[in-house]
Design a protein around this ligand. Structure first.
Ligand SMILES: [Zn+2]
Length: 261
């Protein structure tokens, strides 16, 4: 049965249809965007199982973070955490996709454990320590940090799932999240035609305010939006434009760090 929302699953306020052609609704209070009705579990399973038969060609579903971007993310994360390296830290990559971030973190010294429900076998073949589900991680395991890049928008119950990560963090443990930004220029200009809105696996789309509300509801404190300058493209014009968007924090991808409450 497809879930059909009558109210916002995060703040319980009424919702209104925003872009009917792509079945996207918006909360009248917190402005969260949600697909409504949501795809069924079977539809999502078909989407991802089909994609993982050719993971490199279907990076929209199997993980858009390539090794170039992952290297930037890992280096910037070190800088934001004010650490010289990840040596001695154990990090969970939740929703690890094709493993680029896990490999980048490991190359900077981290011991990385991945959770990846659909690409589990692929990551195992790459020699990454991986579990299919969070619940498969041995009891009592604690991580110094958890990264989850472009995952939260795919989760059927994001507050609950992000909340379930908390008990796996050590006392001063941190959570790093990245997700497409509905307050960014691309969404504001392209609206229902924006590629992140059209992606059928994106069940929710967040603004920075939505993310802060979600992190607080999921039991995290001190959320901090990180000001990173990431170059996504080799094209000089694209790079210049993107630097401007990032400097006005209206780029397509907010990065957040929060801590276990
Ligand atoms: Zn809401």
């Amino acid at each position: 049965m497809a879930v059909n929302f009558k109210q916002c699953p995060v703040c319980d306020a009424p919702i209104r249809v925003l872009w009917p052609t792509v079945a996207v609704w918006r909360c009248t209070n917190c402005k969260l965007l949600m697909r409504n009705p949501q795809p069924t579990e079977q539809e999502l399973g078909n989407l991802y199982d089909g994609s993982w038969t050719a993971p490199e060609e279907n990076s929209r579903e199997t993980g858009g973070t390539n090794s170039y971007l992952a290297g930037h993310y890992a280096a910037q994360l070190l800088h934001s955490l004010r650490l010289p390296s990840f040596a001695g830290l154990t990090i969970l990559d939740f929703g690890a996709g094709r493993g680029a971030t896990a490999a980048a973190l490991a190359s900077l010294g981290a011991r990385v454990v991945a959770v990846e429900p659909f690409g589990y076998a692929y990551l195992q073949q790459r020699g990454i320590s991986v579990f299919q589900q969070l619940a498969d991680i041995p009891q009592g395991t604690r991580f110094d940090g958890i990264v989850s890049i472009d995952v939260i928008e795919h989760l059927p119950t994001p507050v609950e799932t992000i909340g379930q990560l908390g008990p796996y963090l050590s006392d001063n443990g941190w959570l790093f999240l990245a997700t497409p930004n509905v307050a960014g220029i691309s969404c504001r200009v392209k609206r229902a035609a924006w590629k992140e809105v059209r992606n059928p696996g994106h069940l929710y789309l967040f603004s920075p305010q939505n993310l802060e509300l979600l992190l607080s509801k999921a039991g995290y404190s001190r959320p901090r939006r990180l000001r990173w300058y990431i170059q996504y493209s080799a094209n000089p014009a694209h790079r210049a434009l993107h630097t401007v968007l990032q400097s006005f924090v209206v780029d397509g991808e907010p990065y957040y760090l929060a801590y276990k409450s």
